[in-house]
Design a protein around this ligand. Sequence first.
Ligand SMILES: *[C@@H]1O[C@H](CO)[C@@H](O)[C@H](O)[C@H]1NC(C)=O
Ligand SMILES: *[C@@H]1O[C@H](CO)[C@@H](O)[C@H](O)[C@H]1NC(C)=O
Ligand SMILES: *[C@@H]1O[C@H](CO)[C@@H](O)[C@H](O)[C@H]1NC(C)=O
Length: 320
Amino acid sequence: MVFLSKLVASLVAVSVASVKAGTILWDGSFTAYPNSSTFDQWSWGNQVGQYQWYIHGSQPTSRYLAVDSSYKNPAATKEARGLKMTIDSSALWNGQTMARTELIPQTKANLGTGTQYYHFSMMRSNTNPPNFQTEHQINFFESHALEFKIGVGGTTNLQWFAGGSSRWSTPWTAGTWYNFAYEINFSSNTAALWASTGGAALTKVTSNISVTVSTNSADWHLGVLRVQGSGVTSDFYFSGVYIESGSITTAIGSGVTTPEPTQPEPTSQEPTQEPTPTSTATGPAQTQWGQCGGIGYTGPVACAGSFKCVKLNDFYSQCQ
Ligand SMILES: *[C@@H]1O[C@H](CO)[C@@H](O)[C@H](O)[C@H]1NC(C)=O
Ligand SMILES: *[C@@H]1O[C@H](CO)[C@@H](O)[C@H](O)[C@H]1NC(C)=O
Ligand SMILES: *[C@@H]1O[C@H](CO)[C@@H](O)[C@H](O)[C@H]1NC(C)=O
């Protein structure tokens, strides 16, 4: 027991020490998902990739999830593709009567400690639009401490809820990308919302709100729960999904795959060049969080510096 608690204490010390400004804790980019079948590689017995995929209806995955370069925020230049997520009358999960299509981070990272920023961009179209008369819960924690909603409170706005109260809202215009980050301080139990549209940098749009948010790192749902299972087929688009600690990355498209420092480096300290690997590999080395392998991949396979190429699934390996 003493040994174990010492081990835990040292692990905590290491993880705290390694948290820097803009450190990506979990990368939910769909660059790792060349087609909807890739989501099916995940199962309870084979927990691979960046997403758990079990909250969905009875039809094949392609009915609920589709990936394409046209489904991302064009400002997310470092991502290959975005996600189209669909709910329809078949999207009933586990005997429930609500329509649900939801992805959950697959990670060993602690997504519930210190101050973290949960980033995502979302869009809706006039094709298969949501029914704004029906309650939908979007990108929510299982506790519903933080979430977006439509179809509640007599408004057709997209509303951000913290602690069960609407704190911020916007009309949800079709074809416009809305970028968000949930700022969550798990130590002080406060949260705030950052928002922008298109390629504009995120700005903080609420004050810090007292709300008890805790997570086991596997109960934040990227997806949509429609309270009524019956009803129209609706599509929702997502890209730019990642979670970081340290200070927030406000630039859209810069936080995923190859994060850049959010603060300018002091000019007296020139960043040192990463040493070129001494292997026979030619061409550039991939930077941290960049792709370094996978079926169909033709880019750099060597990782810069001390980063290692880690296989996430058959289609995607990443420098970490
Ligand atoms: C998914 O993508 C991979 C890699 O491009 C390919 O090998 C596989 O056949 C694709 N699966 C489907 C169902 O399209
Ligand atoms: C709000 O919370 C964030 C994250 O904990 C913190 O960095 C910031 O200083 C807080 N702002 C105010 C005005 O307290
Ligand atoms: C989060 O809250 C804790 C406790 O109030 C505080 O010490 C810490 O500075 C906050 N984090 C940030 C980034 O402001």
